[in-house]
Ligand binder design. Sequence first.
Ligand code: ZN
Length: 136
Amino acid sequence: MVHEIPVRTRSRNELVDITGSVREILERSGVQEGICHIYVPHTTAAVTINEKADPNVARDVAEMLSRLIPEGEGYRHAEGNSDAHVKSSLVGVSAFVPVSGGDLLLGTWQAIFFCEFDGPRTRRCHVRILGQKNAA
Ligand code: ZN
């Protein structure tokens, strides 16, 4: 079963920590051992796993991507958001996290971030938990 996480973004470029929502879905599923798949069904957004301890890391990722792939002239796509499409392809629209002992096997400093590149918008993210409810 696929679960949906609604994400409300507030800036054009922004990383939103969705770890808590993903963990809630995992806990409700009762799965102990398996894998968690997170999928973003948008062409100008993405998902990534990176450091949560210092919020400046998420800001740096968003800002450096914008410096590497600037908004503006030089694109063929007439909608004016080609930078966001390129960022979405570079970062990627899906992520996998191992599930062990009924929890996400994230590192101490890791969090799952929804990446907005053409906000602010109302977005969504799909989460599917694959695995077994009894520890093998
Ligand atoms: Zn577009």
